[in-house]
Design a protein around this ligand. Sequence first.
Ligand code: UD1
Ligand code: PEP
Length: 438
Amino acid sequence: MASVLTIRGGVPLTGKVSVRGAKNLVPKAMVASLLGNEPSVLRNVPEIKDVDVVTSLLRLHGVDVAKDPVSGDLTLDPSHVKTAQMKDIDAHAGDSRIPILFCGPLIHSIGEAFIPDLGGCRIGDRPIDYHLEVLRQFGAVVDKREGGISISAPKGLKGAKLSLPYPSVGATEQVLLTATRAEGITELSGAAIEPEIMDLIAVLQKMGAIISVQTDRVIRIEGVEQLRGFNHRALPDRNEAASWASAALVTEGDIYVEGAVQADLTAFLNTFRKIGGEFDIDDQGIRFRHTGGKLSPLVLETDVHPGFMTDWQQPLVVALTQAAGVSIVHETVYENRFGFTQALVRMGANIQLHRECLGSVPCRFGQRNFLHSAVISGPTQLRGADIDIPDLRGGFSHLIAALAATGTSRVTGLELINRGYERFQSKLESLGADFDIV
Ligand SMILES: CC(=O)N[C@H]1[C@@H](OP(=O)(O)OP(=O)(O)OC[C@H]2O[C@@H](n3ccc(=O)[nH]c3=O)[C@H](O)[C@@H]2O)O[C@H](CO)[C@@H](O)[C@@H]1O
Ligand SMILES: C=C(OP(=O)(O)O)C(=O)O
């Protein structure tokens, strides 16, 4: 039977949490190990579902994945990579977004790949057209099958001059993982440059890849014949750090996030300061706190890096329900990332959604009928409610709303939280939240 979390709200979250390796880097570094000709070691690995999914997929392909029982470090040995059974891979359909990144590395090592249908958060259509287009330009042949795609490169993968219509994180990683061992030079323009991508580039460079990040979103990769293993400590999860920072604001709390890195959170910290939160930075992490005064409303637009990251938007919207005045949030990365506000409205928040672009960042969704701008009026007292978690960040947002609300909330669908928040329950406990799980 699925677990039900009962939250009695109104307790400020206070204390310390640690964040480990980023969900948006660790599984990809694990995939990169497939490109090496010897074992790789990945450190600072969190216990989250996406890591389990990729571990399982790598094992199905013959990679020996061993976890150190004390440190949790992973050793990934690709010496015996093999074709996996389709029915075994199929079992992972809908689990995460990472399987699409197996394409290049598997074609390089065994000549073919079967990729199950992707999962991940339901916050828009999330097509894979950019991925397939760049793979085709490398020389891959894509065959759509029931439950996934089958892909091979009868004439090998060759470097190409590529351009992305939008700086997609996943498609940029697809290019990096494919080009490093493709024949010749690849030049990608319109690339994403998120910190997790820079960390993946660091991993690949340790393996022997030659990658230069040029100005104006251009990445140039000189293909090499062989790559070795890597030993790498994953960058910490800035999205989890920002989530706990929002939790401190929403619950009028004070949370020290060990592992939070200022340089990866610049845009978030500016916003946190503008809304009225205080933060103190030291070498080990960042302390985020509510000052006890009023929170200020904001005009905010999500964007690709170095802009305000879309994954920070949902928890921050809950904080904006507590700000004194009208805030406007324009979501420009995903067309459908405001569905979670319905539950907040049931809890007493005042939020209207609009189809128009309420902002100045050029956005792909303006004339296309998507409710992608939100107007939030506050402050409003939130009330406990029954909630079924819709997606990772939306779920975190509902949970912190429930933690700040008057009365009791009953929350189901907790498994989704494990995709991106390690040891969530024990972190809530250590921050003094009043809850139980049945
Ligand atoms: C596992 C992981 O790292 N997930 C992150 C990654 O997702 P992911 O890599 O899936 O996100 P993308 O950057 O690719 O998506 C950005 C936009 O591009 C569109 N698009 C993308 C690919 C494509 O082939 N066609 C297309 O139209 C998407 O629908 C979306 O509107 O980056 C997102 C944007 O920072 C984050 O919110 C996710 O947390
Ligand atoms: C959208 C997210 O993740 P994914 O791409 O894994 O669905 C997220 O982490 O908020």
